[in-house]
Design a protein around this ligand. Structure first.
Ligand code: PEP
Length: 250
């Protein structure tokens, strides 16, 4: 159940199970239960069980995986299915993260198959979209974001689209220390919000649209105050428990 602004921690390939336990000992003291927001952790798949264990009794904090394959099972060495992720305690999955797209060559049509697989398994897709620096400089931001949004949601039932989370993550801002200005993020979020309405009508009014890209404790408040920015997807600044707790309390 998603309530209020969403604060999502993408740990990428950081934190072993042992690190995660140490992290949670500090984080859980510093982040008291808050009914007005949603906190989600995306640890590495092999660390998920230890995070789930550390979060026992804290049903206010949710879990996701960073990737799935679109098939339920089969000869796909190194992959995990949505069903496996769900069984391990994930209720969300990141799809189309810029590192999947630009480091691992994930294509638009694969993001669609992954969104469909997640929804089939009862997991909420968090679809990431965002332009590269050269695309921004050519004035193509809206076109890229709309292409990725339409492709990721193609052929999905409107009700399913309405249940998703979208993250706008400009590639040039991820892990670079360069953050989009709140008004620039807000402008792209408005484009996404309008397109969601075209794709799936009124049921997308409440669809959370998160911003991601070098968000930190210093800029989180300004970013989530911007119109149509419904939360943050945070990489680097989610790795330290004190810093992440202060962002999640924003
Ligand atoms: C991310 O990985 O989704 C991300 C936004 O990373 P960072 O906060 O480090 O830019």
């Amino acid at each position: 159940m998603i309530r209020g602004p969403v604060f999502a921690a993408n740990w990428k390939m950081n934190h072993t199970s042992r690190d995660a336990k140490t992290f949670m000992r500090t984080f859980l003291v510093q982040y008291a239960r808050r009914p007005d927001r949603t906190v989600i952790f995306f640890p590495p798949a092999l660390t998920l069980a230890s995070v789930a264990d550390a979060l026992k009794g804290r049903q206010d904090i949710l879990l996701g995986v960073q990737n799935i394959h679109w098939e339920a099972k089969g000869a796909f060495t190194g992959e995990q299915s949505a069903e496996m992720a769900k069984e391990a305690g994930a209720t969300f999955v990141l799809i189309g993260h810029s590192e999947r797209r630009h480091v691992f060559g994930e294509r638009d049509e694969e993001t669609q198959k992954k969104c469909a697989a997640a929804l089939r398994a009862g997991i909420t897709p968090l679809l990431c979209v965002g332009e590269k620096l050269e695309e921004r400089e050519r004035g193509e931001t809206d076109a890229v974001v709309l292409r990725q949004l339409r492709a990721g949601t193609a052929a999905l039932d409107p009700a399913a689209i309405g249940s998703m989370i979208i993250a706008y993550e400009p590639v040039w801002a991820i892990g670079t220390g360069k953050t989009a200005q709140p008004e620039d993020a807000s402008a792209v979020h408005s484009v996404i919000r309008r397109e969601l309405a075209v794709l799936a009508g009124d049921r997308t009014k409440e669809t959370p649209i998160l911003y991601g890209g070098s968000a930190n404790a210093g800029n989180a408040a300004a970013l989530i105050s911007a119109e149509n920015v419904d939360g943050l997807l945070v990489g680097g600044a989610s790795l330290e428990p004190e810093v992440w707790a202060s962002i999640a309390r924003t």
